[in-house]
Design a protein around this ligand. Sequence first.
Ligand SMILES: [Zn+2]
Length: 232
Amino acid sequence: MLAFGAHPDDVEIGMGGTLALCARRGLVTAICDLTQAELSSNGTVETRRAEAREAARLLGVAVRENAGLADRGFRVNEETVAKVTAIIRRLKPRVVFAPYEEDRHPDHRLCSQLVQEAVANAALRRYVPPGCSEEPHRVAALYYYLIHGFTKPSFVVDTSETQALKEKALLAYRSQFVADPGRVTTPLNQGFLDALRARDRWFGHLAGTTYGEGFVSTVPVVVDVATWKRDR
Ligand SMILES: [Zn+2]
């Protein structure tokens, strides 16, 4: 499982519970942050890096990388598509996750488009990113997680058992979510985690679980009938 985010903490907000659950079920998980969030109002690049490492550890994420693109400076172009394509070919994920494109932050929208382009190119035999010697790779699925957006999900992952872990991982980003003295007031440190818990609870409610993380799929999701055997 490979989840892309524009900034360290995007993936945790949208699908931290799912990644923790995947790790618990024996799947290998990875996060690739496109930027170091160097334009954030609070925290430094070094702080964010340490926070991201700790959050990944809590969620059992095996690999965390940073693509080194510029915060509020990257665009979807030949160069960035090549870079992200090379990452996908090297890590060979079965499932890729990206932010859902309806989001108030332009970097989240760009990250969504960039990953779509790279997933498509990763499968093309005749597309060779500069300096990339990896084989073409076709992912089984590309799903979108929600950061600031709210939409009707295509499916929900029951994250009831990892909700507490997700919240712990988010609190590892103290510089972002806690209004310590001297911090700049931002929407993130003014009750954001409470609002996020409410969204996770609501998605869980819609799906008949306690907590849940919602995802959007642009193609119909196949259901394994074996899962119908168990009573809820
Ligand atoms: Zn972000």
